[in-house]
Design a protein around this ligand. Structure first.
Ligand code: FCB
Length: 440
């Protein structure tokens, strides 16, 4: 790895990120059922019907996992809290074991000098609330704020930073329009409602946490750089539509109190009545903006229903997810987000990384591809900082190979290899390279 810590400003935070359902083992500790458990149990949704009931068994092994975070020299650790582990029915009586778990996890970070960076929701809606419509029900905003109060009432005093909801696009569009993630819907009305309610929930919870005196609150958005397949006007319009509903919709809502015209043209008829009145809540100020970035997308226009576009295969080298490697997109998003939406508000890269079919050979994993990927993306971060963008941290996805949602356990994103039979952890070459770069 060429890039090193000393290439970044003093105080720049390096971290690694995970999420609860992907690593903890949801079958342990009295957690309630979530829509991912039932989605995975329905044939055809997840590769080999794999689920998160055991995952990496982080629930029992978190001390050793945090030793790995510490030994790599990371400053912070981005983790998430499972709603159904804390509130098995989504509301009502908390699960004492669940609260205790996050309490111990927090203290274990602090004991190691690692800053805890929590995300409240990383995709596992409690089934009891999914039964009531989950993200399509307007009441979800208050349910979520109540959950935020319960879990932050226990650990909020020790958090370095707090994010509300991971990746609104995935929560709403991928899960309600494309049907690829739980709850697996393909319905534009459900999508529009989920898109709006996810932001309303973000704002409502942010207000509730401010009222508790908590600070360093943020929002995390995922972005894919959009490119038109050709320079025809039709393809360029398709690119703008994609950019509108994928990248701009949520940022516009939170930072401008409006939705972009390219999103509204298809979604407005399906938004809940009185949606404009919610912007007062949605624009509740945040202290930082998180960007999750992996790839770009090439789109072309079609004659089909709105958004009337489809993906075209790109020419660049791809990761095991079939995602093109395009570090320039990270630079573009960092600069564009600051210029058009966030101004002086700090930005953090809250996820970036790549999947590969990493195999162990003689006890080692030589993932040179990942070292190069990280290097190239860190250079994009450096360029943005040099241009004056207030980027304050970079978090690598992910610490461990883990449950990659509908793709099961074969898409390995970890700096640390996990053998899913024995659950043995083996740091890969990328882990060692990053540790060296962070010492330098
Ligand atoms: C992001 C998710 C994370 C993981 C990575 C690969 O969209 O936040 O859970 O699946 O992609």
């Amino acid at each position: 790895m060429q890039v090193k810590r000393s290439d970044f400003p003093d105080g720049f935070l390096f971290g690694t990120a995970t999420s609860s359902y992907q690593i903890e083992g949801h079958g342990f500790g009295g957690a309630g059922q979530t829509h991912w458990d039932t989605f995975a149990a329905t044939p055809g949704n997840v590769v080999r019907a794999e689920h998160g009931l055991r995952a990496c068994d982080h629930y029992h092994r978190f001390e050793a996992d945090l030793d790995l975070v510490k030994a790599a020299g990371f400053d912070c650790y981005r983790f998430s809290t499972s709603w159904a582990r804390v509130l098995p029915e989504g509301r009502g009586t908390p699960n004492a074991e669940g609260l205790d778990f996050y309490d111990r996890l927090t203290d274990a970070m602090l004991e190691r000098g690692i800053k805890p960076c929590v995300t409240l929701y990383h995709w596992e809606m409690p089934s009891a609330l999914a039964d009531r419509g989950g993200w399509t029900n307007p009441d979800v905003a208050q349910w979520f704020a109540d959950f935020a109060q319960v879990i932050m009432g226990r650990i909020g005093d020790r958090m370095h930073s707090i994010a509300t909801i991971n990746e609104p696009w995935c929560v709403a569009w991928l899960s309600h329009f494309e049907g690829i993630h739980a709850p697996g819907l393909r319905d534009i009305r459900a999508t529009a409602r989920a898109m709006h309610h996810v932001l309303k929930a973000h704002g409502t919870a942010t207000q509730a946490m401010r009222a508790m005196g908590l600070g360093n609150l943020g929002a995390v958005f995922n972005m894919e750089w959009a490119k038109a397949a050709t320079d025809s006007a039709a393809d360029e319009a398709a690119r703008a539509r994609f950019d509108g509903y994928y990248n701009r919709f949520y940022l516009s809502g939170v930072f401008k109190g409006e939705y972009p015209a390219e999103g509204l043209e298809g979604l407005e008829p399906h938004l809940p009545q009185g949606w404009q009145d919610d912007f007062a809540t949605i624009t509740t100020p945040v202290d930082w903006c998180g960007i999750n970035y992996y790839t770009r997308r090439i789109v072309e226009a079609t004659d089909g229903a709105w958004p009337s576009l489809r993906d075209v295969e790109g020419p660049l080298p791809k990761t095991f997810m079939d995602w093109e490697i395009y570090p320039e997109g990270l630079y573009q998003f960092l600069t564009r987000t600051a210029r058009e939406y966030t101004g002086d508000t700090p930005i953090l890269v809250t996820e970036n990384g790549m999947a590969a079919p990493d195999a162990m050979t003689n006890g080692a994993v030589e993932d040179t591809h990942r070292i190069n990927y990280i290097d190239d993306h860190l250079r994009s971060v450096q360029r943005a900082i040099a241009d004056g963008v207030p980027v304050q941290g970079y978090m690598l996805w992910s610490l461990l190979d883990n449950y990659e949602w509908a793709l099961g356990y074969e898409k390995r994103f970890g700096l640390v290899h996990v053998d899913f039979d024995t659950l043995d952890r083996t740091p890969k070459a990328s882990y060692h390279a990053l540790a060296k770069a962070l010492r330098t």
